[in-house]
Design a protein around this ligand. Sequence first.
Ligand SMILES: [Zn+2]
Length: 241
Amino acid sequence: MPLLIKMFPCLSDNYGFLVHDSESGQTATIDTPDAGEIMRQAERAGWTLTHIWNTHHHWDHTGGNAAIKDALGVTIIGPKAEAEKIPGIDVTVGEGDAVRLGKYEAKVYDTPAHTLGHIAYHFAGERVIFVGDTLFALGCGRLFEGTPSQMWAAMQRFAALPADTKVYCAHEYTLSNAAFAVTVEPDNPDLLDYIKTAKAKRDKNEPTVPTTIGAEIAANPFMRAGSAERLGEIRAAKDAF
Ligand SMILES: [Zn+2]
């Protein structure tokens, strides 16, 4: 059986993700934007939540930690560098650590920039990465705590992954990112194609997530910035857009 992933919209524009190993029965929720919806979705799938894996401390990623832990007694794993801000955390992880879900293993990458302790979970064998609020379809996270050079380092790191790696970003921001991205690269045919496909999906109320590393390398202005300085300029322009 492959690693099973269930994705669903919650709050205004977040995605919830459940990851399940059928052999061991273990199930992790990646972040906890909405405890009630996450528990309902797990129940509907017939899965019992065993873990919470947090990417960073923001409320729309950890706000459901306490309610889910109280209800189900799950183990909470999260970033070492912001452990004091992660409600109910049991296990702290950082760069180079591995997190297990049954027979599956995710490597932890430090991707500070959006927040200083932000981490990503990479299932290398399954070519799946959960990037939280670091990378978005056609965008990147706001630099609330970190610097352009930290974000550029994260972009380069993601760009080095196999092109067909599926990227699970935590928000549906694609069309608003697209409106900005065309101002950066108005003549990029891959970007124009990407936007056409994304619009068609959103017209049908379908998600544009997951994206792939290859699609982002071809079209995402932040992945394509070329330098930390240029990424900083583009990020500042996006913030004012
Ligand atoms: Zn965030």
